[in-house]
Ligand binder design. Structure first.
Ligand code: HEM
Length: 508
């Protein structure tokens, strides 16, 4: 009896010590250390940190409806960052539970973080759900492992290889536009953001899996289900070990994970059998399997790693590109002069032909418009890193374990960097290239910068140009009177909360 009492007392002491250190002492010490360096922020609240304040600010922001030509979406997207920058300055400290986070929004500081090679600022360790979602693909690995993966995957994203995918992209878009022709004939509006989700899933399924496209698409839909499960965990403070409890959600995650793996294995086994029978393929999976054959010993990716890279392509490349198309459609609908300018360029370069890779590379104004769309409506709003050791950043000492938040959407609207028209749609600001569009050459962060910048940026731009060129060839379009300008940041990207209904007029 005495022993049990002693054990209970010991356990209680340990729990008390943990709570005292993690939730009281550490926040006190960290707040003080940053405070001494002039870095302030919202007060720390026991257990929640700043979460309750974030939730309350975000709730209020959800009430705001923007004018169609008001592009300052930060009143709705990242509203807490806007509020705290105004109160505490561009660099401030806040908390998710007992985890300290520092927001940095000066491009030079952001560059210092993103340009660093390994061992200083790492990506955040994935949650078990995120790992189940993408596995240890490029997004979640570090150091020598990342170098090996990136070396194998890079050639699949070279411009030569991507050009070969243009026809596949155009075929997928063509199928979507046949539906649009019918809607235009019947005078029905089309909710295009949903349509772009479908077409970009088709494109990535085709380009990743070629002939196994149907199985690939089914697989990606299962991955989407997994994404929904994963995102339920964002902005929650979880009890340590709660992931291992056999709850309904945890069991669902496990089951789905097994199903996804089985589906991948079927596709790959089928592909390997065909490869051994002498059939080659130019899709991303084919290129990875080819590399697997060519690379020497420990430079190869094994099957699990190839599966994880395929999962990563879908997750990283599908919604991002879909929302680039959605917001470009929005901007061209509300700026008919630019819509007409682009249509003229497309007619001049492509006529009425299906665009090929060479034509696409000659669509100069289109590039400017897509870049401006990415600046104003960057699909990804925030970059995150974790300090792997104590670091000096600018003049601030960042303690090991601190998370650094770099709010792309706010940096993209800083008037001191982008000029007084930072919140306006002005594609011509990019006419001399990305590095000359703003006062700071590293202020455009949509695809990130440095060694971990997006590997799929050329893929995304090629796909978006192909789709927009084909749309402009066939339709003129405007916003439906039912559209409400209420962008929100879902777990992964910025979306129009109630979709983007468009009125189409067929040109031919
Ligand atoms: C408009 C479309 C896209 C946007 C805005 C975008 C944005 C980004 C950003 C910001 C990062 C860096 C994240 C960080 O540093 O924390 C990233 C990384 C990545 N993206 Fe994209 N992306 C897009 C399209 C694509 C596509 C089409 C693919 C693949 C088919 C792709 C694959 C990846 C991969 C694999 C990484 C990780 C790279 C590494 O760590 O080495 N992305 N993307």
């Amino acid at each position: 009896m005495a022993l049990i009492a002693l054990l209970i007392a010991l356990l209680l002491a340990l729990v008390f010590h943990y709570i005292w250190t993690m939730f009281l002492w550490r926040p006190y010490v960290v707040t003080k250390a940053f405070g001494k360096q002039g870095v302030r922020g919202p007060p720390y609240e026991l257990w929640f940190g700043s979460l309750r304040e974030i939730q309350s600010i975000r709730r209020a922001a959800m009430e705001v409806v923007l004018d169609i030509d008001a592009h300052d979406i930060t009143t709705r997207v990242l509203p807490h960052f806007g509020k705290w920058i105004a109160e505490y300055g561009e660099t401030f400290l806040f908390w998710v539970g007992a985890q300290p986070l520092v927001c940095i929004s000066q491009p030079e500081m952001v560059r210092q973080v993103l340009a660093r090679k390994f061992g200083f600022y790492s990506r955040l360790a994935p949650s078990p759900e995120a790992l189940a979602l993408v596995g240890k693909g490029l997004v979640y690995i570090e150091g020598a492992e990342w170098v090996r993966h990136r070396r194998v995957v890079n050639p699949a994203f070279s411009m030569d290889k991507l050009k070969l995918l243009t026809t596949t992209m155009a075929d997928c878009v063509k199928l979507m536009l046949e539906g649009w022709q019918e809607a235009a004939r019947e005078g029905k509006e089309v909710e295009v953001s949903e349509q772009f989700q479908v077409v970009t899933a088709d494109v990535i399924s085709h380009t990743a899996f070629g002939s196994s496209f149907k199985e690939g698409k089914e697989l990606f839909l299962a991955q989407k289900q997994m994404l929904n499960l994963v995102t339920q965990n964002f902005l929650n403070v979880n009890f340590p070990g709660s992931r291992y409890v056999p709850s309904k959600k945890n069991l669902q995650t496990l089951k789905l994970k097994k199903r996804i793996r089985g589906m991948f294995m079927n596709i790959i086994e089928d592909r390997l059998a065909r490869r051994d029978a002498g059939c080659s393929s130019n899709d991303l999976l084919g290129l990875l399997l080819e590399a697997e054959k060519v690379q020497a010993g420990d430079q190869k990716l094994n099957m699990e790693e190839i599966i994880d890279e395929c999962k990563t392509f879908f997750l990283a490349g599908h919604e991002t590109t879909s929302h680039l198309l959605t917001w470009t459609m929005f901007l061209l609908s509300s700026n008919p002069d630019w819509q007409q300018k682009l249509r003229e360029e497309v007619h001049e370069v492509c006529g009425l032909e299906v665009p090929n890779a060479d034509m696409i590379s000659n669509l100069k104004l289109m590039t400017l418009v897509l870049l401006e769309s990415l600046r104003l409506y960057s699909p990804i709003v925030l970059l995150r890193r974790k300090a792997a050791k104590d670091m000096i950043l600018g003049s601030i000492k960042i303690m090991k374990g601190t998370l650094l938040m770099m709010p792309i959407s706010i940096i993209h609207r800083n008037k001191e960097i982008w000029g007084a028209d930072a919140n306006e749609f002005n594609p011509l600001r990019f006419k001399n290239g990305i590095s000359k569009a703003a006062k700071n050459p590293n202020a455009f962060l949509t695809f990130s910068i440095g060694p971990r910048a997006c590997i799929g940026q050329n893929f995304a731009m090629l796909e978006a140009k192909t789709a927009m060129a084909m749309i402009l060839q066939r339709f003129s379009f405007s916003l439906s009177p039912n559209y409400k300008h209420v962008p929100i940041d879902s777990a992964t990207v910025v979306v129009p909360q109630y979709g983007l209904p468009i009125v189409l007029k067929a040109l031919h």
